[in-house]
Each structure stands twice: as C-alpha cells, then as structure tokens.
Design a protein around this ligand. Sequence first.
Ligand SMILES: Cc1cc2nc3c(=O)[nH]c(=O)nc-3n(C[C@H](O)[C@H](O)[C@H](O)COP(=O)(O)OP(=O)(O)OC[C@H]3O[C@@H](n4cnc5c(N)ncnc54)[C@H](O)[C@@H]3O)c2cc1C
Length: 369
Amino acid sequence: MRYQNVIVGGGLAGGMVAQEYREQDGDGTVLIVAREDHVPYHRPPLTKEYLRGEKPEAEVYMHPAEWWRNHEVDVRTGVSATAVDLGARSIALSDGEPVEYERLVLATGATPRTLPGAQSIRTLEDSRALAEKLAGSAGHLGVIGGGFIGVEVAASARMKGWEVTMAVPESVVWEHLFGAEVAVYFQRQLEEHGVNVNTGTKELPAGDYTLKLAGIGVTPNTELAEAAGLTVENGVHVDEHLRATDDVWAIGDIAAYQSAVHGRRLRIEHWDVALNQGGYVGRTWAGKESGPYTTVPYFFSDIGDWTWFEYVGPGSGRADIRGSMADDDFVAYYLDDDDKVTACLGVNRSDDVNEAKELIASHSGAPVG
Ligand SMILES: Cc1cc2nc3c(=O)[nH]c(=O)nc-3n(C[C@H](O)[C@H](O)[C@H](O)COP(=O)(O)OP(=O)(O)OC[C@H]3O[C@@H](n4cnc5c(N)ncnc54)[C@H](O)[C@@H]3O)c2cc1C
C-alpha cells in the first residue's frame, strides 16, 4: 500500500497537516494513522467545558468523521504505527500491511506521568469518565501537581460543587511558570473560590478523598522516532523547517524544534503550537511554504469561568506588571537585562499580548512604551 502523504498521530497537529494540505489545494493521497478510536479532536475542553458537561462531545472534534471522508483523507482509527523504515520509506502498522510514503510526519503527542491510586487525564475517555463522576453526588477531589491540568481540573470540580484539595510543590501555584509576583493572582483565584491549596508539597494532606488526580506532567511519545534512528533528546530534533530528514517532519508535543525566532531549541506542549506547526507542514507539503517556521508560541488557560490568561514567549526575566490584578485586567511583560520583551502574560489583555507577540517575532524586542 502506498500514500504520498502519511501522518502518524491523529491529534490536533496531525489533523492540521491534512486539513491545511487540502485547503492549500494539495491533491496527493493522505493517510492519518490514529491510535485512538476517534478522528482528531481538541484536548483543551477535556479539563474545562466538556468536563463540566457544558459542551457536547460533538463540539470537541476538529471536524465530524464525514469531513475527513469528503476531503479524501483516510483516517485509520484504532491503529498504531509500530515502526518506521527511513531507508525503505515505509511504516509498519499494528493492523494491516506496511505503508510506503513520499512524505511522513510524526505527530505522536505525549503520555501523562502517572501516580499509583490517582487518575490522569489526556484522552476523551479519561475526561468522560471523570465528567460522569463529577456530575454525580459531590465528593472530595485530591489533586497532586500544580500545572495547567491540575489547576484546570481543580477549578472545574469546584464549580461542580466538589470539595477540592491540591498538593503543589512550588511555593505559589504556577510560580515556576510565571514568577511569584504574577502567580499570586492565580492562586488567589483558586482560594477565593474555595480550593484548598497546599503549597511546597507533593503529598496531599491526610483526608477522605473520593478521587485523586495526578497532573504531574507528560512524557513525549518519541519511541517510534528513536527506534527509527532519528535524533531524540527531550523530543524529536527537527530544524527550523520542522524537518528531521529530507522527507520526515515532526510536530506538536514531540517536536524539539530549532526556533528561528528564539535562536534555540524549543519543545512546547500547547494547543496553538500543535495547530500552527501542523498548518505549516500542510502548507509545505502543498508547495505553499518554503521559509522557516516563525510563529511565536502562544498559549492560554482558563481557571473555571473565574479567570483566564494568554501568554506569548517563552521567555524569562523581570516582570513589569501593568493594570490591575484586583480588576482582572492586567498584563505582565517579562524583560531581559536590556529591558527587551521576552514574554508576555495578559488577563483580559489580548491586544497587549498580540502586540508583544509581534515584538518578539520581529526580534526587535524593543521595550514597550
Ligand atoms: C486535558 C488537556 C487540556 C489541555 N488544555 C490546553 C489549554 O487550555 N491550552 C493549551 O495551549 N494547551 C492545552 N493542552 C495541550 C494541547 O492539547 C496539546 O499540546 C496538543 O493536544 C498536542 O497535540 P499533538 O497532536 O502534538 O498531540 P496529541 O493531541 O497527544 O495527539 C497525538 C495522537 O497520536 C497518537 N499516537 C501516539 N503514538 C502513535 C502511534 N505510534 N501510531 C498512531 N498514533 C499514535 C496518540 O494516541 C494521540 O491520539 C491540553 C492538553 C490536555 C491533555
């Protein structure tokens, strides 16, 4: 069997390659090999609206199943790629004959780290199972870990009337991401809405927990790439064009890409990055893109329906905070020693975040006025 374009991984990054390729008039054959039993879907709702029962499952998908058929994209769900032969330009599948390709993209995503006795959340099934429990009679949820997943699930469970206790290793929730001065705002949101936040610890206090959830990070799914002989070190190494070899690309959560904007290697586990990297490869395959990948990483998170933020970067440095945290209306610019903007976080400040994104993209990094 032979396809011109083969995509391993049916998540957002993989789905975007096929979508953009077709939208840019790419007319070659396209196969998506998708381990899960679903056509590509969005994960952000799994800790937010879908988890709380506010968004139906149909709205979680990138497109309904017939969209892929109508666009002549073969999505083989419930099938894994088990090996890549770079020399023969073929992949082996868990189910069926090997497939030869002209171009291959690896978009295999990541797997959550687990803790005994605690659930994790990555797939639609994980979220559906937790949603059913949260919709039942209120209990006590223990959350181990203070990353995005932990905070978002804590807020959603609290909105469903559950008692929620968190164990967070940092001294302030998200301090490791945004610095204490900014992070206090997010911790206050949790506490004001009744979440018990225990900082400086990886252990939940003794208590009766109905459920425990571990939000302790993910490991990129790089086994396939490594076994194929590609360079893997905290992700699959790809160049400024997201290429690992002349005919193999890697994108999304697994990609450790050489950023033309930052002049260093980045691996970013966020929705917008998967979206844009997938789109970039789809355009490249359709012959509509030849320059390096230059989109500045952007991400967002919602804490229940209490607050939300957007961030561009990634960067570090002194935080210059403007606006009012008390009014949920502020922006934090992260400035280096020359007062150049390396990153920006905004709460209800999309225009400022977009402006900072352009500054970072243009390399000018000039301080904002
Ligand atoms: C619950 C949750 C909430 C999130 N919320 C946000 C948010 O609010 N904001 C934000 O910016 N980001 C968020 N993210 C992160 C974002 O969803 C991810 O960065 C994005 O999904 C990465 O896309 P991907 O396509 O690289 O990987 P994935 O979405 O993980 O897709 C990869 C797919 O490949 C499959 N696969 C793996 N190996 C194989 C194989 N050998 N053969 C075939 N298929 C294979 C996997 O099963 C998976 O279906 C969230 C993530 C989760 C889990």
